[in-house]
Design a protein around this ligand. Sequence first.
Ligand code: NAP
Length: 485
Amino acid sequence: MATRIIPVESSDMVIFGASGDLAQRKILPGLYHRLVAGQLPPTARIIGAARSKWNREEFQKKATESYFEFVPEHEQNPEIFKTFLNCLHYVPIDAMGNGGWDELTALVNDNPNPVRAFYLSVGPSLFGPISTRLSKTGIATPESRIVVEKPFGHDLASAKELNKQLGTCFKESQIYRIDHYLGKETVQNLMALRFANALLEPVWNSQHVDHVQISVSESIGVEGRGEYYDTSGAMRDMVQNHLMQLLCLTAMEPPAKFNADDVRDEKLKVIRSLDPVKPDDIVRGQYRASTHDGSYKDHAINPDSTTECFVALKVHISNWRWAGVPFYLRTGKKLRARMSEISVIFKDPPHSIFPQSERRHEGNSLVIRLQPDEGITMHMIIKEPGQGGFRLTEVPLDMSFAEALGDNGEHLADAYERLMMDVIRGDQTLFMRGDEVEAAWRWTDPIIANWSGEKPERYDQGSSGPDGSLALMHRDSRRWHAIEV
Ligand code: NAP
């Protein structure tokens, strides 16, 4: 099935932090892919800004290295890449100093494209200084967009402060807070699945759903970011943002319209309906050393660390639709496989006409897989084929997006590509609103405050996490979906 590409308006995208990892690995290759797709017009300008004292040619050289490293060979197109290089400009700038701002202002004002976006691919301590400068120099017009990366704060107080800093220079309608999980095809499909089909919505509630599981497992550890990660932990790094967004999209009421504020209003209501989590409903973990790799504490370079790199929680949403339905969330590092999925497990039929001894299945569940292979699976119960009695078995009805959408070899836009095009289009639906982020921190902060100093449980690398996480399910006579690819 070929996807329909709608070109965006010509734009100037200024990337602060253009010499950094995210810009080189995701943002620049992503914009190249959109140029290849015919979505980004060749008149677009991509203006790199960072402290590195490069000129335009040096930035183009760096972008070329990233192109060969991060764009798969079969997706490289030398002709279009030449056009891409022509889109690139660079201004050395120190966000905290004076150097570079006049040059950036002159460059941006030189050839005003209809859309202007400033992507802050830098640490949050620079959000305030950069947005103030953008406003003072007048480069940021009332229509300009500002894009900020995670982490959006460390707690409620710091998130409020960031909102305040951005808010003094930009209106909420100009601010795009990225959570790249929202740009994933499957995550958006969750909304299509729920609200464009008559089939699911009638059973999407406490009457029919037994429980929901949201798992985001990583097979890698903290990978050289240990010292930074140790100041954050899984709750701040993953649950407050990514898992929270998945929970909201799974649980929210149908918005009146598919537009930014209606969708975000509904997500906010879910966050506000979350009960505080009881200490017994939380399991925190740290991976042990293995025969060939160090422990979390080794990687965090902190032998006394009590920061969790695994967390599992049982969460309740106190509203009409979900009363009594537990949502189990789990995320961690150095687990058996890299896998993210949402599983909605349905209740058994009210009465079974089949003998219980013939039961060899789990029941109906809908699994929405985000990675590694985006797709949706509905687990159905059927009669086991063949002679010799009437036995029931479970079969998956599978839909892989790569197969359904990419069978003509077309490149499927990744989350960053999609979100960057939304910024240029001015569509905030898949970005977090300020009050949403604050509400998520308001729920998260007391959980973290409650466990200060508590030691996380150890778990083996390559496992499914600490035993306590398995027990969290067992005591409710349930079990986690296996972490496997
Ligand atoms: P990084 O590799 O450390 O790059 C930081 C960038 O900021 C560099 O280009 C650096 O420029 C620039 N910078 C630092 N201080 C500056 C200043 N005073 N003025 C102007 N530019 C300055 O970091 P990153 O991994 O790209 O991450 C960028 C942001 O995205 C962070 O907030 C991070 O949390 C977030 N994020 C990253 C990822 C990822 O996969 N990397 C994923 C999600 C979110 P110079 O080096 O030229 O000085």
